[in-house]
Design a binder for this molecule. Structure first.
Ligand SMILES: [Zn+2]
Length: 369
């Protein structure tokens, strides 16, 4: 069993994503939402936390809130005029900061707190106070760029946390594995020219940003070779993810020899997610966490931090999240995932799995990986 931290603050669930039906802005031809509202709702996160509590696992985790990320922390990643624009809109009662980025009153402070949870989780693990940690950050961060929000993300939570940790704890090599189903474009951009942070994204090919695959983008200058994109075909399931993880992701991390592994943990590759078309289940998230944890044990004293990104099925995110927390903490609750056997039966057939592996093998050969 491990001493696992869980970084959470109720205020992060009070971030409002605006008047959307699913992910379409209401108005014109789109009828305003019913009870559910925006697809990026607090419910997926709140229900994840609730299941941790009713399962009894919450009581066995080390529970923390955090200070908001400071302006100094934000400025290591973001442009000053973007931050000013964001804060002014938030102070003035909120509104549309970009096409898919609505902010409510006080949304700037909530975003700073979301980044602060990631910072505090990384700090506590690097200081050795915790074996590993999970930050339930909201709003998420992995699409956000230095000068603009994107895809429900307002601040680049993971880059902010890594940069502040490097400034505070000295030079650390960090490997980021992003298994949110969408491409981790913001995290990639933040470290694209650096050789001290390895960024790897597993994502549904061409899903988001729409049309993006990214396998040719390997980093630039000093960062050349320090970025790896693995696009997977829509419909890919458990076996394809584990294949990519074991065959390329973990060997790349081994070779990089990180001092810390950070996982951008999105649950939107689940078989029930409304924003993607993948087929993972709670045992997939458990197996992936087990595999990364084993790599962290071999490479960096088990130091591993997971930061919450997407995941939009309010009914299923809790079961995938619980599986991750059981794996991280080395404990097992009595909770059964009621959808597990159904999604297992919905996995793609053998010819699809073989085809997906062949596509990956050919891609890696072409790129001389
Ligand atoms: Zn996502």
């Amino acid at each position: 069993m491990r001493n696992t931290g869980f970084f959470f603050d109720e205020r992060c669930l009070w971030h409002t994503s605006g008047i959307y039906a699913g992910n379409m802005l209401a108005g014109s031809w789109v009828q305003p939402p019913s009870a559910g509202g925006h697809v990026e709702s607090p419910e997926t996160k709140r229900r994840f936390k609730n299941l941790l509590e009713v399962s009894g696992l919450a009581a066995q985790l080390s529970w923390h809130s955090a200070q908001p990320a400071s302006l100094e922390d934000l400025l290591r990643v973001h442009d000053a005029d973007y931050l000013q624009r964001f804060q002014a809109l938030s102070d003035g009662g909120g509104g549309q900061l970009a096409e898919d980025a609505f902010v409510g009153p006080g949304g700037f402070e909530i975003a700073c707190l979301s980044a602060g949870l990631a910072c505090a989780a990384v700090d506590a693990v690097l200081r050795g106070e915790l074996d590993n940690a999970y930050a339930l950050s909201r709003p998420p961060g992995h699409h956000c760029l230095a000068d603009r929000p994107l895809g429900f993300c307002f601040l680049a939570n993971i880059p902010i946390a890594i940069n502040q940790a490097q400034a505070r704890h000295g030079a650390n090599r960090v490997a980021v594995i992003d298994w949110d189903v969408h491409h981790g474009n913001g995290t990639q951009a933040a470290f694209y020219q650096r050789d001290d942070v390895l960024t790897i994204s597993l994502h549904q090919d061409r899903c988001f940003p729409p049309g993006y695959s990214g396998e040719e983008e390997r980093g630039e200058g000093a960062g050349s070779g320090c970025n790896l994109n693995i696009p997977l075909l829509a419909g890919a399931g458990h076996e394809s993810y584990l294949y990519a993880l074991q065959k390329r992701v973990l060997p790349a991390v081994e070779k990089f020899k990180p001092d810390l592994i950070v996982v951008a943990c999105g649950y939107d590759a689940s078989g029930l997610d409304p924003l993607a078309r993948m087929q993972l289940h709670s045992d997939s998230y458990r197996a992936m966490t087990d595999a990364v944890l084993a790599a962290a044990d071999r490479l960096c004293g088990g130091r591993m931090v997971m930061v919450h990104e997407g995941g939009y099925s309010e009914h299923y995110v809790p079961f995938c999240g619980l599986a991750v927390m059981e794996s991280l903490s080395g404990r097992r609750t009595t909770v059964n995932d009621p959808m597990l056997e159904v999604i297992k039966r919905q996995q793609p057939r053998e010819p699809f799995v073989r085809f997906q592996q062949q596509v990956l093998d050919e891609m890696w050969q072409r790129l001389k990986l």
